[in-house]
Design a protein around this ligand. Structure first.
Ligand code: 13P
Length: 255
């Protein structure tokens, strides 16, 4: 769990913005603040082609902005047309990678086992991992949320010990992604506690307290503050609202 000042505000741009647009966004974001923003850690998961320019712009920012990728292959290199490796991402300037996003699971058929292999490679390569987990509507209605979270988390992180500190968990209920309202704050808090209990049971209490769990799904500048007030929420993973300077900077400012 984190103090207010260290809550992580993470944008996932998905398939939006060219490298020029990314660079301009980051330069403007950094000049928006006369003093450091309230939530002073901003992370942006940008398209592959924008990583290098985004990292360059972030290096000149007045407050820390980390740049990362939204996916990678698990192999070190090889005949995988159209894929990208952890080493390539690092060279381009990425310091983290989002893995297991529900759009990758659903549209690109990524299995829990494949996500596990990606997590292994990312950590070996020195990338921080944002591991997305979350139930879909049918699973929630069938009372299977906890079972799904347990399966996704334990499969992705099997075999790891203390290294799970390098993993941030993103709880993203699939049924609220890209909608108009997020999950209710009490539900978010409850599921974050469920995730911490899974970590406690599988690893230990120290790691359960240390591991960061962020929430994603229809976060915007009108609801971010309320969600961040929940004790077990260490930050936000924001899709649509991270594309606009106005809303992303308002969230960072704690408005
Ligand atoms: P929205 O914030 O657009 O609902 O997207 C959430 C998400 O998928 C972030 O990874």
């Amino acid at each position: 769990m984190t103090t207010e000042a260290t809550k992580l505000i993470i944008g996932n741009w998905k398939m939006h913005k060219t490298s020029e647009e990314a660079s301009t966004f980051i330069q403007t974001l950094s000049s928006c603040f006369s003093s450091p923003p309230k939530y002073s850690e901003a992370w942006l998961a940008v398209p592959f082609t924008a990583i290098a320019k985004a990292a360059e712009a972030a290096a000149h920012s007045s407050f820390p902005i980390r740049i990362g990728a939204q996916n990678m292959h698990d192999a070190e290199e090889g005949a995988y047309t159209g894929e990208i490796s952890a080493r390539m991402l690092k060279e381009a300037g990425a310091s983290f990678v989002v893995l297991g996003h529900s759009e990758r699971r659903r549209l690109f058929f990524e299995s829990d086992e494949w996500i596990h292999r990606k997590v292994v490679r990312a950590i070996e390569s020195g990338l921080r991992v944002i591991l997305c987990v979350g139930e879909d509507k049918g699973e929630r209605e069938a009372g299977k949320t906890e079972e799904v979270l347990q399966r996704q988390l334990l499969t992705a992180l099997q075999g790891f010990s203390e290294e799970i500190q390098h993993v941030l968990i993103a709880y993203e209920p699939v049924w609220v992604i890209g909608k108009t309202a997020p999950a209710p704050p009490e539900m978010i808090e409850k599921e974050h506690l469920v995730l911490r209990k899974i970590v406690q049971a599988e690893w230990n209490n120290t790691l359960a307290k240390k591991i960061k769990i962020v929430y994603g799904g229809s976060v915007n500048s009108d609801n971010a503050k309320t969600i961040l007030e929940e004790a077990d929420v260490d930050g936000l993973l924001i899709g649509g609202a991270s594309l606009s300077l106005e809303s992303f900077s308002a969230i960072l400012q704690g408005k």
